[in-house]
Design a protein around this ligand. Structure first.
Ligand code: ADP
Ligand code: MG
Length: 140
């Protein structure tokens, strides 16, 4: 087990419902520490760059449109096995398939508006953290 960092995004459907604090409580209750956090309004270009791995997917345009539709909160979470642990706390992509007790089960609205993003591998966590934060902005 190693201490890791992962990139999390609280998505526009969640900021619209004023539940960013409620979502942060899931992370903190599970032992993840929020070591960087910033509220942003993504530009279309930033959203397309962030989700570039999905650019061939049918939902890419709609996803980028949604991610720019309102404020988001970008954050770095730190803890033991933070990458896998955050994916567990988030639950399945589609809230309808997510386990009880997960963020997406409790708060997600549908497969697109599913309240949170979390990095899926150490490689992507490093890329995604550096997409939004410089080294000195992450304070563990
Ligand atoms: P995850 O966020 O669980 O890692 P993916 O990386 O597969 O899921 O997809 C990225 C995001 O794209 C999802 O969180 C969701 O907002 C959106 N998305 C995924 N699948 C669909 C779909 N079938 N229709 C619309 N949006 C989707
Ligand atoms: Mg993903």
């Amino acid at each position: 087990m190693a201490v890791e960092r992962t990139l999390s995004i609280i998505k526009p459907d969640a900021t619209a419902r004023n539940i960013t604090g409620k979502i942060n409580t899931f992370f903190e209750d599970a032992g993840l520490k929020i070591v960087a956090q910033r509220r942003v309004r993504l530009t279309r270009e930033q959203a397309e760059g962030f989700y570039a791995v999905h650019k061939e997917r049918a939902f890419f345009d709609e996803l980028c449109e949604y991610m720019c539709s309102g404020p988001a909160v970008v954050q770095v979470l730190e803890g033991e096995s933070a990458i896998a642990k955050n994916r567990e706390i988030m639950g399945a992509t589609n809230p309808a398939n997510a386990d009880e007790g997960t963020i997406r089960k409790a708060l997600g609205q549908n497969v697109q508006e599913n309240s949170v993003h979390g990095s899926d591998s150490p490689e992507n966590a490093a890329i995604e953290i550096s997409y939004f934060f410089s080294t000195c902005e992450v304070v563990g």
